[in-house]
Write a protein that binds this ligand. Structure first.
Ligand SMILES: Nc1ncnc2c1ncn2[C@@H]1O[C@H](COP(=O)(O)OP(=O)(O)OP(=O)(O)O)[C@@H](O)[C@H]1O
Ligand SMILES: [Mg+2]
Length: 273
């Protein structure tokens, strides 16, 4: 099943289905930062010195840059964990300040860098954000995130205990569980802070395929730590010391931006960062 089918509910839910999914809507969201200045506290230095970029609805945008450039802070501001000191952030052309916080957060799926797995079954972990998801929706999301293979291998399938007291999941598997959890909430904007830990080839390919699939129907923003992610991004925003220094595709930036060329040659291939 493709992601479109997996995530789209029938117009008339079948009578036996449980409560409807949160009504975040299917339409992918457009996001823009306009000259955003931000610092975490009045006595701390600015982390964003006038950040400006535009992300159209649908497709994948990768954020890259040295450690401390302000990439994760972009996501924190989009979620409104903090508000900018000046400048404006808009979602679908509407200032974040004008959104009701609950509708804003319902529209966003946020997958953190070190996605935690809680104790409980794999199913519990997946349904955390939406306990009402129908079985076929869950099956579709499992397929999209390539977790169907993992579930098939586990002794009790989706009912296998994971996390602390159960089967340990690898970093790549944990992040895919977190993506699946976010997708079950049908976000219009998916924020993915890519895990920096080294992934095995199978997990790396699975994550890449998942993100490519999702970005066909959803707006996906990825803080990228891997070359395989940036090479398939529709556009890359290069951040350095709190501002955007270049935007383009991998091919364009390798020749146009020396910092990007250096990152591509070194940091993306390294374990940390
Ligand atoms: N909660 C916070 N309170 C104070 N300062 C913070 C906080 N979070 C981040 N910072 C500071 O803001 C700057 C940007 O941090 P941010 O996490 O956005 O960087 P990043 O580009 O995501 O880096 P990395 O690639 O290492 O994840 C850093 O100097 C960091 O120390
Ligand atoms: Mg970060």
């Amino acid at each position: 099943m493709r992601i479109q089918e997996a995530l789209r509910l029938p117009a008339e839910p079948p009578v036996r289905s449980a409560a409807p999914l949160p009504s975040a809507g299917d339409r992918p969201a457009a996001l823009a930062f306009h000259d955003v200045r931000f610092r975490y506290a009045d006595d701390l230095p600015y982390v964003h010195h006038g950040v400006t970029f535009d992300v159209p609805a649908r497709g994948m945008t990768a954020f890259v840059g040295p450690s401390g450039a302000g990439k994760t802070t972009v996501f924190s501001l989009v979620e409104r964990f903090y508000d900018p000191e000046s400048g404006e952030i808009t979602l679908d052309g509407r200032s974040l300040a004008d959104w009701e916080l609950s509708s804003l957060r319902a529209a966003i799926g946020y997958v953190e860098q070190d996605a935690p797995v809680l104790s409980g079954s794999l199913r519990d972990n997946l349904l955390l954000g939406n306990g009402e998801a129908a079985d076929d929706t869950l099956a579709g999301v499992l397929k999209t995130t390539r977790l169907d293979g993992l579930a098939a291998k586990l002794p009790k399938g989706l009912d296998t205990l994971v996390g602390h007291r159960g089967t340990k999941l690898s970093g790549g598997e944990r992040q895919r569980v977190a993506i699946a959890r976010a997708l079950l909430r049908r976000p219009r904007l998916l924020l993915l802070d890519e895990a920096t830990s080294q992934l095995d080839a199978v997990n790396e390919a699975a994550l890449r395929d998942t993100v490519a699939d999702v970005s066909r129907t959803t707006t996906v923003l990825v803080v990228a730590h891997r070359l395989s992610t940036v090479t398939m991004a529709d556009r890359i925003v290069v951040m350095d010391a709190g501002s955007v220094r270049a935007v383009g595709t991998h091919r364009e930036l390798v020749t146009a931006d020396p910092l990007y060329a250096e990152l591509a040659a070194t940091q993306f291939l390294a374990t940390g960062g």
